[in-house]
Design a binder for this molecule. Sequence first.
Ligand code: PMV
Length: 316
Amino acid sequence: MTSNDDTHPDALKAAGNGKVILFGEHAVVYGSHAIAAPIPLAVEARVITGGTGVRLAVPRWEFECDVAAERDQRSAFERPAARILELLDLLRTPMRIEVIPNLPRAMGLGGSAAAAVAIVRALDRRLGLNLSNQQVNELAFEAEREAHGNPSGIDNSVATFGDMVLFRRGDPPLMRALKSGNPLRFVIGVTGVESLTARMVGGVRRRWERSRRLYNRLFDQIDQVTVRAIDAIRASRLETLGEMMNQCQDLLSELQVSSPEIDELVKVARDKGALGAKLTGAGGGGSVIALCPDNAETVAQAFRDAGFEAMEIAVK
Ligand code: PMV
């Protein structure tokens, strides 16, 4: 294939990573640390130039539209991509942007940031824009703002750079790459129940306003577990790490962000020998991660037998 062969199915495909939050969700909104890791190649995209207007298509979801030049005419779905095109001054360049999601939708796995990065990189490749990773990250952050309003910035960073990171909100935020001694093997269990981040974050905020002392104490405890997890990750102390994930899940249950499906997946994972299991992301649905150094296939199969989707990842 030559680099300009638009007819080849893999023509200049580019990718963005998804993410799992290993520690610190919700508490991170209140200034605690969080640790997130990439899900490789979560979303791919390709750009085919020509045609009339700008088309955005997600064939796997049977979605296709013209990207509107005017902001107020855009659907929620096209807004992030349109923002990227606007910032790159490409809204009037005829092309078709095709998005290939390899992740389930709205399951707390960072699909929107992964899509934004994949689209920016596909544009970069097709049009020779020579964007740096930092520019890709900044454009993806702007797309995330269109999608979610007030994102912390962790999703687009993991989507762009593909490293496990220690993160803390701030101006500028703390963002430090973390490496594990040995690859960490996780199984992701997908509840199939949409996780609505804004609703879950809003619920925690209402309860925090009613019971600040209790909630601040829970956030502090989550922060302490997260900070202690840094060393356990670096030194590959897997049993300790699994125990910390279980503690974190207990604290998230106290924040009332778990759900019956999450609890079921957590139980299945632990019964099958996972060293630890917890929800990942906003909760209320979405996904669960289980640390499974030697038994990932068994746990993944147990998730499927219980009627859920499962994915295995290794994090370095
Ligand atoms: O559900 P996700 O993947 O969007 O993760 C949300 C993580 C929270 O900590 C609950 C919110 C946030 O902005 O960090």
